[in-house]
Ligand binder design. Sequence first.
Ligand SMILES: Nc1ncnc2c1ncn2[C@@H]1O[C@H](COP(=O)(O)OP(=O)(O)OP(=O)(O)O)[C@@H](O)[C@H]1O
Ligand SMILES: [Mg+2]
Length: 444
Amino acid sequence: MTQAMKIAIVDDEQDMRQSISQWLALSGYDTETFGSAEDALKILGPDYPGIVISDIKMPGMDGMQFLKKLMGNDSALPVIMITGHGDVPMAVEAMRVGAFDFLEKPFNPDRMNELAKKATGARRLVMDNRALRRELSDGGQLMKKLIGQSPVMERLREDILDLGQADGHVLIDGETGTGKTLVAHALHAVGSRAGKKFVLISCGAYEEEALSKRLFGPMNPEDAQLPAIEEARGGTLVLEDIEALTETLQARLLSVINEQGAPAETRIVGISNLQEAGRTSEDALRPDLFYRLAALRIIVPPLRQRGEDILTLFTRLSEQFADEYGCDAPQVSAQEAAQLLQAPWPGNVRQLINVAERAVLQSRRGSGTIASLLMNDHEDMQPVMTTEGKPLKEYVEAFERMLIDNTMRRHRGSIASVMDELCLPRRTLNEKMAKYGLQRSDYL
Ligand SMILES: Nc1ncnc2c1ncn2[C@@H]1O[C@H](COP(=O)(O)OP(=O)(O)OP(=O)(O)O)[C@@H](O)[C@H]1O
Ligand SMILES: [Mg+2]
């Protein structure tokens, strides 16, 4: 969802700012005009979602002082200065202070459009980057990305918060698609290393020699990149598919860990896949390395073991996709809910994301069933079920929670409407919401 970039036009001459504004508005920009630098500074904070076009000659604060102030607030803000015809020294000075570019009077509308396009493009990149960095360093945001309120997920969140603050190395184990990489990001983001480097290496993606170089160096002198262990210094180094490390590389890693001493300067987070039955990271790593890493251990449980989360994840994710595709999220019937709960989910959350997206596309087309998305090619027309049974209570509760959640959402938190639709007395509704951790304020 890209929002139109703004353009602030600052000029003491009304005709001038009006005509610039009209011209740019015609090209689809969201413009705002100011008669003085002083007025503009009241609005132009450090994260202004756009660019500035300003005259240089103005009574009161002139354009050059204005530019210096703006650069002091946010040196990445593109500012285009309007200079008098032939005023080269002024233009040079403006560029030196940090102007994005300058426009000579009388202007050429095409050149103005072209500059505005370049400057807003540059600004958008900066803003996107800042948003991403904020999300990554704002552990809270990342933690919110971890959907689910099953007891295991609650435990997982607490573990992340605890281990994020602790100093040791970490080993994360779990089946494919359970959220191991997301957990590694969250661990970094909530901890004391949050502002530091986060380097992630997929060990399985390299041949031994290349991996050795990527991790420990030496890199070629012409390589711009540092070896990962240097690059991550003071921060977090995540080693995905750590079981892919050969004996030699495991020994090398162990000696690096030992050299660091305690507390470790760089936190190492090993991620290993518990896919193959019976084989764990304990079998794959040499014992001394395993114990160094597994002092702090996180096991991310497979989706089939967090029944309550399945429907919550499905609802949330299909809402997100529905939003993206501009349609309504599919309504889940009791039968479909049971099928979602009974599916084995070998691809875990990643598979569920996929099913949710396809369910949204199906419902937009008005054809297909959720069951068909869960079919296994080999067994015709029978949705695949787990053999692990679940107590009836779990199905009933998961379904009840989903119904209340959906109804609250549809009625934007209007308790009276929900009571009416679900034929529930207020007290029962309140009790159930408390039981399922649903809060009215989330729906308003
Ligand atoms: N609890 C969760 N809530 C919301 N999204 C989640 C959750 N867990 C995982 N995801 C999402 O599911 C997808 C798969 O997660 P992730 O890549 O972290 O899994 P993984 O265990 O690292 O998989 P792999 O073993 O393939 O590396 C990602 O898009 C991730 O954002
Ligand atoms: Mg991963």
